[in-house]
Design a protein around this ligand. Structure first.
Ligand SMILES: Cc1ncc(COP(=O)(O)O)c(C=O)c1O
Length: 354
């Protein structure tokens, strides 16, 4: 347990809200009875069927948000080296998945108002270069306009894979887009490690599922996949977590309401009005170096094109090649946002930011 702001221990940035041992026990006993531990066992099937009821879409679970992205890219079955447009302002997993799938990433910029790669930017880039897939990200939990992306696909034929890692429960499901989620412990719907792929096409989902099991089809490998399956233990956490999901949403909403009461109006610029963020990031003056009594993180700094592993990836901005001015100048400070915060913690954090 962390201590309050008055103690010497800093208020943590992220605290998972996962089931307790007692809440997990009935599901773990099912595993004891079934003696089935992985390979699409009964708990994975039950977890998937409950998720299908909630999301009303074809889906398959996988081992992480990263494998959800990578397996989806593999299942698209496009030629090696095909070009994939993605924002430079995202978590590295978005680009590592593209590289591991044997495709060519291209970085682009995000919008100034919500820090997302949106359909308008994707259309502007398309006038300059061709690409085969676009990966819009739901940065900080901000949902992507799925209907606009569905139209983008209908108009251009470019495949849209929405990396909605932190947006389970927030990102609407459309018709033409493939959507991936992460169930990492620090996500709003966390189960430890896990991921989900959603698509309208049942054939596509079946292909992702096969690839998550090495690519086996009738005992032979037709296309190489790898081991990206969700274990029965993670499905047990998922089933226990589904029973707590409504309460988690209420707890997160309460924290967000308190923040909105106390955060300075200027800081709240660009902040969501109609959904609960997954991560809270505020604008930050880089010249200041303050030792806050709460943990912070510079999300996502440096931009991906400055990471040594990604310096050779081409960049195309909506205005000029090589120039991503919004990403380049974004300076955001992640501040604590989780259900273990008290109102006193939030007041203390907001007062410290002034
Ligand atoms: C935008 C984004 N994509 C992908 C991932 C990877 O998800 P996972 O950690 O479940 O592999 C993350 C993880 O934080 C993320 O933030």
């Amino acid at each position: 347990m962390y201590k309050t702001s008055k103690s010497t221990t800093k208020i943590p940035l992220l605290v998972p809200d996962l089931p307790t041992t007692e809440e997990l026990l009935p599901w773990l006993k099912c595993i004891d009875d079934n003696k089935w531990y992985s390979n699409f066992g009964p708990l994975v099937q039950e977890f998937e069927s409950k998720l299908t009821e909630i999301l009303n879409s074809n889906l398959t679970t996988v081992s992480s948000g990263t494998s959800a992205l990578e397996l989806s890219l593999l299942a698209l079955d496009i030629p090696v080296g095909s070009k994939v447009l993605l924002p430079a302002f995202t978590f590295p997993a978005t680009v590592t998945a593209v590289k591991h799938a044997g495709l060519q990433p291209i970085f682009t910029d995000v919008a100034a108002d919500n820090w997302l790669l949106n359909p308008s930017i994707a259309r502007q880039i398309r006038k300059k270069i061709s690409y085969d897939v676009v990966i819009p990200v739901t940065t900080f939990g901000h949902p992507q306009p799925v209907n606009e992306w569905d139209k983008f696909y209908s108009d251009t034929g470019i495949k849209v894979l929405i990396d909605a890692a932190s947006s389970f429960g927030v990102q609407p499901i459309g018709k033409n887009c493939i959507i991936t989620f992460s169930f990492h412990a620090t996500k709003p719907f966390g189960i430890g490690e896990g991921g989900l792929v959603i698509a309208n096409s049942i054939e596509f989902i079946q292909q992702v599922r096969k690839l998550s099991n090495f690519g086996f089809e009738n005992g032979v490998i037709i296309k190489s996949g790898y081991n990206g399956k969700l274990s029965e233990y993670h499905a047990a956490v998922g089933l226990a977590q589904l029973e707590r999901w409504e309460q988690i949403i209420q707890r997160r909403k309460k924290i967000w309401d308190i923040y909105q009461d106390y955060l300075d109006k200027n800081t709240l610029q660009n902040m969501p009005k109609n959904y609960i963020p997954a991560i809270l990031a505020v604008k930050f003056n880089t010249k200041k170096s303050i030792d806050y009594q709460f943990q912070t993180r510079r999300w996502y700094y440096p931009p991906l094109y400055k990471h040594p592993a990604f310096t050779d990836i081409p960049k195309f901005g909506p205005e000029t090649e090589n120039d991503l001015p919004i990403t380049e100048n974004l300076s955001l400070l992640g501040i604590p946002f989780h259900t273990s915060l008290t109102e006193d913690d939030i007041i203390y954090i907001c007062d410290s930011l002034i």
